[in-house]
Write a protein that binds this ligand. Structure first.
Ligand SMILES: *[C@@H]1O[C@H](CO)[C@@H](O)[C@H](O)[C@H]1NC(C)=O
Length: 124
């Protein structure tokens, strides 16, 4: 009992040190410049992170069945882009970090068959 309580304390501490989990509303809109269909290699996403005074500083993407997070590139107008040498396979997971130390991870936000102009909202 005591050891499991200690484990919980250590886990909570680790979460605090790693940065706060953020529950700010976030949406992902697929923008022009994205490829669609099979063989697509480029994804451009506008992220609406609704938290006054805070800014998303890093956005990472993980493809379906991939093991690694890959940083997306922030461009003009806050557009985040990702270009791959190989065809992209969705659904796509996202992870972000903000200037105020917030972060979150969303699974399967954008489906493989996304369409340009569609806004996707993570579940939960
Ligand atoms: C994408 O796939 C899902 C699940 O198969 C389907 O319900 C949806 O209608 C598809 N959307 C488009 C735009 O093709």
């Amino acid at each position: 009992m005591a050891s499991s309580r200690r484990l919980l304390a250590v886990t909570l501490l680790a979460m605090l040190v790693a940065g706060a989990w953020c529950a700010a509303p976030v949406t992902f809109t697929v923008e022009k410049g994205s490829d669609t269909g099979s063989g697509k290699k480029q994804l451009a996403v506008l992220v609406n992170y609704d938290m006054p005074g805070d800014t998303m500083s890093e956005l990472e993407i993980m493809q379906h069945d991939a093991d690694d997070w890959v940083a997306m590139t922030k461009g003009e107008g806050g557009l985040w882009t990702f270009e791959s040498a190989d065809p992209l396979v969705g659904p796509f997971n996202f992870r972000y970090f903000t200037t105020k130390g917030m972060k979150n991870v969303y699974d399967s936000v954008i489906p493989d068959n996304y369409t340009i102009g569609t806004t996707y909202t993570p579940e939960g």
